[in-house]
Design a protein around this ligand. Structure first.
Ligand SMILES: [Zn+2]
Length: 275
């Protein structure tokens, strides 16, 4: 079975047709190592395409996450996920059964190209920067760097974390003097960033990148935080509300993990109940 075409949220004129994952597909994704979820995501989103391949490594992170959700909600009769949360109204825990297909209501697509141009000097020399959202290739690189970080208690952690953040900034930029090779180009921009004046030039670049992320928000309603990506879910009414009382709502935000949306054979389907 194939689904109706999925417009990439960052470039909605580009439509991708996916097919439903099969049992055989799911066998490929039983064990996803923590440091390879982005690589696996690329493989999965490419494997399920029908027709000419549009490499998902080149899509934005938000395109990729939204595509995972699209396949998830289209490939099952029941697209509910259950989340447990602490309720601030009654101080108890509730379970929220969320119909993930409802998230389509807060889906946004860009009606401008996913790039913002600006001029920010490096050591006083004018450089034209193109600012772009992270794509799949950069996500794969950053995930691996993140995996190699020392423990927070270990020496060198802060330095390694700062290097990771600088690499992230380099991966969200392009310049006219970039070499053709993707990795070499990222190193070239990282070298430029390292030469920036700490007090003026560098903060200007960081601020423009933050603005770009906000202005080019697309796909499902999510926020990227220090501890990962959070998906904004429909608000939930407190279940301890008495009859006649007005409902008291909680804005629910749940971590978005790619691996949860990649179709895998669930262990409960494989339990042996036949003997
Ligand atoms: Zn409650």
């Amino acid at each position: 079975m194939q689904f109706k075409p999925f417009p990439l949220p960052s470039r909605p004129l580009t439509e991708i047709t996916f097919r439903a994952p099969t049992v055989r597909d799911s066998m490929e994704y039983i064990d996803i190592p923590d440091y390879e979820t982005e690589k696996t995501t690329t493989k999965y989103l490419n494997a399920l395409q029908v027709g000419e391949l549009n490499d998902s490594a080149l899509w934005t992170q938000q395109d990729r996450r939204t595509a995972l959700w699209w396949i998830f909600v289209n490939s099952r009769d029941n697209a509910y996920l259950t989340y447990q949360y602490g309720c601030g109204h009654c101080n108890d825990f509730h379970f929220a059964d969320v119909d993930m297909s409802e998230l389509v209501e807060n889906l946004t697509v860009l009606n401008v190209p996913p790039v913002i141009e600006c001029v920010i000097p490096v050591e006083g020399e004018r450089i034209t920067w193109k600012l772009v959202p992270l794509d799949g290739r950069s996500a794969e690189m950053l995930e691996y760097m993140n995996f190699q970080l020392p423990q927070p208690s270990e020496q060198g952690y802060e330095a390694a974390l700062t290097e990771l953040r600088l690499a992230e900034l380099a991966l969200m930029t392009r310049t006219d003097s970039d070499p053709v090779d993707y990795k070499e180009a990222a190193d070239h921009r990282l070298a430029l960033i390292n030469r920036m004046e700490l007090g003026h030039e560098f903060p200007a670049l960081v601020a423009r990148i933050q603005m770009m992320v906000r202005d080019l928000k697309h796909g499902l309603d999510m926020e990227v935080e220090k501890n990962g990506v959070r998906l904004n879910l429909p608000k939930q009414a407190c279940k301890a509300t008495e009859k006649g009382e007005p409902p008291r709502y909680t804005a629910l935000r749940a971590p978005f993990r790619n691996s949860e949306f990649i179709s895998r054979i669930r262990s409960e389907w494989m339990d042996n109940n036949h003997q």
